[in-house]
Ligand binder design. Structure first.
Ligand SMILES: Cc1cc2nc3c(=O)[nH]c(=O)nc-3n(C[C@H](O)[C@H](O)[C@H](O)COP(=O)(O)O)c2cc1C
Length: 194
């Protein structure tokens, strides 16, 4: 066993030019710099139908949900950068979290991809609040399914104008704030592994 925390980074948006993908990518690079093993994934590569109990009974979990669940189970935690839709969670993110919360096999412990994991959350939006209201909903949801969500969080307003052509944040205060969030994620993941 290694003491290097293994962390998954993703956004609650499939959009090619998603500002939240940009945030997740920058955060993954910061986690690598802080000594973690960081993997960025794109939810576009994990397509899942809208959750339907009859479909689940007939066919089980979609292949993408099984794959993502295995990835999260093998990790120590994750980072989510989420858009805010009408002051709450985007359906892509909620649907993904819901499918992954379901059991692949009946003998599996409940919420196996979530319980005891650590997470950090951020949001990005063109609006003035940076999507900070989705963070309330996301923190509550993750806490209720057994995830330790680190206290520090970040809402980035005025996106995408806050990124340069290379997808880097241009404001030193925002860079520092993201480093603080990721730093808490990495140090908490490391402490939980010890
Ligand atoms: C259905 C819908 C609802 C939205 N509601 C909000 C909102 O409540 N607050 C906000 O800041 N932005 C809202 N937006 C704008 C998103 O923040 C914006 O589209 C953002 O770029 C989405 O994130 P992405 O770039 O990662 O895809 C909404 C967008 C959509 C499509």
């Amino acid at each position: 066993m290694t003491d290097t925390p293994s962390l998954v980074f993703f956004a609650g948006s499939a959009r090619e030019d998603s500002v939240n993908k940009k945030i997740a990518r920058v955060a993954a690079a910061k986690a690598t710099a802080a000594g973690a093993s960081a993997t960025f994934i794109d939810l576009r590569d994990y397509p899942m139908p809208l959750y339907d109990g009859d479909l689940e009974e007939r066919e089980g979990l979609p292949a993408a949900a099984v794959e993502l669940k295995a990835l999260l189970r093998a990790s120590d935690g994750f980072f989510i950068a989420s858009p805010e839709y009408n002051s709450s969670l985007p359906p892509l993110l909620k649907n993904t979290i819901d499918w992954v919360s379901r059991k692949v096999t009946p003998d599996e412990p409940p919420l196996a991809a979530y319980k005891g994991k650590v997470a950090a959350i951020a949001a990005g939006s063109p609006g003035g609040l940076g999507g900070m209201r989705v963070l309330v909903a996301l923190r509550m949801l993750l806490g209720n399914i057994g995830v330790h969500v680190v206290p520090q969080q970040l809402a980035i307003a005025g996106a995408p104008g806050v990124f340069d052509d290379h997808g880097q944040l241009t404001d030193a205060n925002q860079v520092q704030a993201l480093e603080d969030v990721v730093g808490q994620l990495v140090s908490t993941a490391r402490a939980l592994k010890a």
